[in-house]
Design a protein around this ligand. Structure first.
Ligand code: GLN
Length: 477
């Protein structure tokens, strides 16, 4: 029997009515995982363990002591630490490495009785937008096996898309939750920087990284955020801002002022069907009484280069710890300390990660630091200020999530510049540190999912959820 639920509340209704059990749910998802093995979404499945947890949640449900996530079967991206489980960031350099502690978000999800069914494939160290840089091979899009699922949280997106779990947790540095969500027809949120603790995430670029929910409904994303978000003694960048009861705030909040980036409708890099989708929603929203206006974002050409200069610099520093001594892979061909470093890193990292470490090291090197790193910091500030101005004047920015629907496997991986340009619409919110959500809005003629993105001011996740819910209702009309 295959299993598919639109939301956790539908699952919990079935549990209450005795139509299923948590064990039954886990069995259903494990069945779907088996059926879809060829998609390569999981790096590891915790079959027996998930069943044992499910049994204990069923018992808690009977006693009336179960947490709010009873019945939630989650997959986690393989760059989030889960005590006593392997975590590899889909890299050879961490193959076989076991985590000695759990990320704060994992602790919080488990405390509410979520079940973790496995860890999902991703781009190596979350560096990529197609899941093709993974040491464990590419993931296939369930809508079309010749297409990528997006990345870097590609396995997580496909796991939800193909009902191999009910929801997933990904991480987003410059679009890695939103872009695969868009390519796979699900909801994906990148929270405000600092909304969610980064403790226990494998760092890529620390001033950008955030974990976020990948779900089939806005309600589920809101609930997962309610549980994951909030201050954490282990992460000083996790803001001490109260976490609203997002799930109670999912109501219609009236007429809004919405800006859309005019370049999205004129740029030759944006596919006609994406432009059409954006125009269609501009009209729908206007017809429903919202103010929707074009704004020109004059720094659009700078967002991708600024993002890559800064993230490569941060990555080169964060990845210095993988030296063949402290963690994971150590080359057998090394004879001295220096050759241990050199050979372990040369053999352990893949091509894209090496490219970024080398470029990042160059960007930070003396003589070039001011020209690249310092300049990109200044540009980030300008992009942030201008973006914050827009979200002060308007409730939301509406844009495509991606310039094209899912592209072909092996189609653009050979040209990193083309691949980086795929991030044109997602990196703006990442540079500004503000929240953004990708919402699924149907399929194109070839059956590939299409999506739009909403961006808003810091800590207004609540506004994003309620308005996204409204837009999804609008989509039905
Ligand atoms: N595609 C972007 C990159 O390669 C985003 C990745 C991410 O958000 N982790 O950096």
């Amino acid at each position: 029997m295959t299993i598919s639920y639109p939301s956790l509340s539908a699952i919990q209704t079935d549990l209450q009515q005795g139509k299923t059990t948590v064990v039954g749910l886990v069995e259903g998802y494990l069945h779907n995982i088996k059926l879809n093995e060829h998609l390569n979404a999981f790096n590891e499945v915790y079959g027996d363990e998930a069943l044992a947890f499910a049994q204990s949640v069923d018992e808690k449900l009977q006693r009336g002591t179960a947490g709010r996530l009873a019945g939630m079967v989650l997959a986690i991206k393989d760059n989030i630490c889960y005590k006593d489980h392997q975590v590899t960031a889909s890299s050879k350099i961490l193959d076989g490495f076991k985590s000695v502690y759990s990320a704060t978000i994992i602790e919080r999800l488990l405390a509410e009785d979520a079940i973790i069914i496995g860890r999902t494939n991703c781009d190596e160290f979350a560096m990529g937008g197609s899941n093709e840089t993974s040491y464990f091979g590419p993931v296939k899009n369930h809508a079309d096996h010749t297409k990528v699922p997006g990345g870097s949280s590609g396995g997580a997106a496909v796991a939800v898309q193909a009902d191999m779990c009910h929801a997933a947790i990904g991480t987003d540095t410059g679009g890695s939750v939103r872009q695969p969500a868009a390519f796979c027809g699900i909801v994906g949120l990148k929270p405000t920087y600092g909304r969610v603790s980064r403790y226990g995430l494998i760092a890529y670029a620390s001033s950008f990284d955030q974990a976020g929910p990948m779900t089939r409904s806005i309600e589920d994303a809101a609930l997962l955020m309610e549980i994951m978000a909030g201050a954490d003694d282990y992460d000083a960048t996790a803001a001490n801002v109260p976490v609203p009861a997002y799930t109670n705030e999912l109501k219609d909040t009236g007429k809004k002022r919405i800006a859309y980036i005019s370049e999205a409708l004129t740029s030759p890099g944006v596919a006609p069907e994406i432009k059409e989708l954006l125009s269609q929603y501009i009209e729908k929203l206007q017809a429903d009484g919202h103010v929707v206006e074009p704004v020109s974002f004059k720094y659009m050409d700078y967002v991708v280069p600024t993002y890559y200069i800064l993230t490569m610099a941060e990555a080169s520093s964060n990845l210095a710890r993988y030296d063949g001594v402290h963690y994971g892979y150590r080359s057998r061909n090394a004879t001295t300390l220096e050759s241990t470093y050199k050979k372990s890193r040369s053999e352990g990292f893949g091509k894209e990660v090496k490219r970024r470490i080398m470029l990042g090291t160059f960007i930070l090197s003396s003589g070039y630091y001011d020209a690249y790193y310092a300049k990109a910091q200044k540009t980030r500030r300008l992009i942030q200020e201008k973006t914050l101005e827009i979200v002060r004047d308007y409730d939301f920015i509406l844009s495509p999530t991606t310039p094209t629907p899912a592209f072909g496997i092996a189609e653009i991986i050979k040209d990193p510049i083309v691949m980086y340009l795929e991030d044109i619409f997602t990196v703006q919110a990442s540079l500004a540190g503000i929240p953004a959500i990708s919402i699924p809005l149907g399929n194109n003629k070839a059956g590939l999912p299409l999506a739009l993105q909403l961006i808003t001011k810091s800590f207004n996740e609540s506004g994003l959820f309620s308005f996204s819910k409204y837009v999804l209702e609008l989509a039905k009309n």
